[in-house]
Design a protein. Structure first.
Length: 449
């Protein structure tokens, strides 16, 4: 199912057709990869994307560009770290707007007020606390008990200098300016280090690079990073309705998430967030998406090991955090000091206790979904025969796929609303014919050769 953003014609880019060498290889053509490529454009750098540019999580975002991210500064629970994170987001917003203006990128950028609100009397204190922290950082938020769409709330405040945009128009235009350096349909299936060089393998070719940047959201290359332990996946559901643009965005901090923004005359809401491992039956939405939530709500940006860099774990705030990643990575590559490097260090926590919830939820979905795979739940369509699943679509066509995720062998769930096969353990998604559309899985589940 296409998202609202995917209704544009994306540029096409070449596919790798020979072995190559470069100083820096960026793996992943989402907003992280493209912002990083832009920051490093004067270097000997190439970017590879396994599908098409912008086809991953970025295409399914709600794409607010904001430093008001629920009550994140309270949740970070360390005022110095919270202040640094705030500074990074402010810098990222200015940088993103600067790039859009400098490169003359038409991407529906709109400056809007952003609101943080609650409709639960018990959460007023929490919203007020977030406001106080922002005041401490130098913001001047305004109180309100109604949103610009006349929605009554128990308490809200608004801040200025935040934006919304069309994420794929941004990526598409930026990528076109860097087209010499981009390869689509180029899937890195393995990386090996030898004599201070990385050998990155596609099915047919090898790219040799001194430095590799993993901008691939949820890296397939598990070791040494152990991603499944370092973040859980939060899934949410996006709905589009026609409404007159009210030029604001808002998000609550209540148990039932409601995030609001507009794009032209479309009202875009994000609701029903839950851990991907605990399946919920949600209907009547336009598309779903998931992002990585880290135990301390801060992204992972920096070295995993020598000359292998990662940028991920954005806690559903990748529009700004991907710019932060690009600025930090640029300084790392140029051997320049950057006072935010420690804050996002991917190796910052070695405590297994911090990750115990992620281990538990993955194990739960691994076992529970095996049991769930029964006829009653699916109403006999799809049906399962040994390791295969057969789905008959509205036109009577049969779609046969393997029912195990190639990543870690979790049983896949059929998503009737979006007509996809979804992995409840680590978020991989496949279309009806088994083609992988979202990783970490790197292989299809198609039964056809
Ligand atoms: C419901 C929801 C709403 C959101 N709304 C907002 C918002 O309003 N504001 C905000 O700031 N953030 C938002 N986010 C978060 C944001 O969308 C993400 O953090 C961001 O898009 C992640 O971008 P990325 O480039 O890291 O990942 P992706 O966009 O997934 O890009 C990674 C790319 O790497 C490619 N790839 C993977 N493996 C390989 C490989 N082996 N070889 C080659 N290529 C590979 C993939 O195909 C993909 O294109 C939201 C998230 C969710 C879930």
């Amino acid at each position: 199912m296409k998202t609202l953003w995917q209704n544009i014609n994306m540029h096409k880019f070449k596919t790798l057709d020979k072995d190559m060498s470069c100083d820096i290889l960026i793996i992943g053509g989402g907003i992280t990869g493209l912002n990083t490529l832009y920051a490093l454009k004067d270097k000997d750098v190439i970017l590879v994307e396994k599908n098409t540019i912008g086809s991953g999580i970025t295409a399914r975002s709600s794409a607010k560009i904001t430093f008001l991210q629920e009550n994140i500064y309270s949740k970070i629970n360390d005022i110095n770290k919270a202040q640094k994170y705030y500074e990074c987001n402010k810098l990222a917003i200015n940088t993103l707007v600067h790039i859009i203006n400098k490169e003359n990128i038409n991407c529906d950028l709109e400056k809007v007020k952003s609101y943080l609100y609650t409709t639960n009397i018990n959460n007023i204190k929490k919203v007020k606390k977030e406001k106080e922290i922002l005041e401490l950082f130098g913001e001047s938020p305004n109180n309100s008990n109604i949103l610009p769409n006349n929605m009554l709330v128990n308490y809200a405040f608004s801040v200025d200098n935040t934006y919304v945009f069309h994420p794929l128009k941004y990526i598409n235009n930026l990528a076109y300016k860097l087209k010499e350096k981009i390869y689509e349909h180029t899937n890195i299936i393995n990386i090996k280090e030898e004599n201070e060089l990385y050998y990155c393998y596609t099915n047919n070719f090898i790219i040799k690079a001194k430095t590799v940047i993993l901008a691939c959201f949820y890296p397939y290359f598990l070791f040494p990073f152990l991603m499944p332990l370092k973040g859980n996946l939060e899934k949410s559901y996006i709905t589009i309705k026609k409404d007159k643009n009210k030029y604001f965005s808002a998000i609550n901090i209540d148990n039932e998430l409601l995030s609001i923004r507009y794009n032209k005359d479309n009202l875009i809401t994000v609701t029903n967030s839950h851990n991907i491992c605990f399946n919920k039956e949600i209907h009547d939405y336009s598309w779903s998406n998931h992002d990585i939530i880290t135990p301390d709500y801060l992204p992972y940006i920096g070295f995993i090991k020598n000359n292998l860099i990662i940028a991920t774990g954005y806690n559903t705030w990748g529009m700004t955090n991907s710019i932060t990643a690009s600025l930090i990575i640029k300084d790392i590559i140029n051997n320049k000091e950057n006072k935010y490097i420690d804050l996002f260090d991917p190796q910052r926590s070695k405590s297994i206790l911090k990750y115990s919830y992620n281990i538990f939820s993955s194990m739960y979905s691994l076992i529970y979904n095996k049991v769930y795979k029964n006829k009653k739940y699916y109403n006999n369509n799809p049906i399962f025969i040994k390791d295969k699943a057969i789905y008959v679509d509205n036109l009577g066509n049969k779609h046969i796929v393997y029912n195990k995720c190639p990543h870690m062998k979790c049983t896949l769930l059929f998503n009737e609303s979006e007509q996809t096969w979804d992995c409840p353990c680590h978020g991989s998604r496949f279309n009806l014919d088994g083609k992988v559309i979202i990783g970490p899985a790197n292989y299809d589940i198609s039964t056809k050769k």
